[in-house]
Write a protein that binds this ligand. Sequence first.
Ligand SMILES: [Zn+2]
Length: 173
Amino acid sequence: MAKPRTPPERSGFQCAQCGQWHDELLTDIACGLPDAVFALGYLERYRRARFNPDFCTLDETRHFIRCVLPVPFTHRDDYFGWGVWVEVDRATHDLCVQIFDTEGAAAVPPQHGVLANDLKAYRKTAGLPVRIELSDEHRPLVYLLPASRHALALEQRRGIDGQRHHALAAPYL
Ligand SMILES: [Zn+2]
């Protein structure tokens, strides 16, 4: 008897939002550098900035840390993570460097900073103040302040549904 043929594997899914076949929708979008550093030309950036995937210093006076700004999904138990840079003062920067490889983050009180990236899905987000929660498990998480009426703050508090997730991820499909 002939061996039954298994159907070819097809990765991804047929999208309930647009009917197209997609690979998994992104659940995070990362900013490679703080906008102020990204905006520099190739040589200027080399002269003035130093950075790795978690920390960035510009002109030895401006300090940035890489964080995740979570926006919870309302349709599943997960969140959309914006990989953002947050500008912090020297003390917070030094503290984050100091505890980076240790198990001390959970004991550190929340820190404060301002978003250093404009997210294209929203009107101006750079400069919005955030609370920073450090963790031993993952990158620092940031939260817009409770009083903020910015669309990103509202979505972070209320969550986003599948349709909104699709709209955010579609440009990256
Ligand atoms: Zn779709």
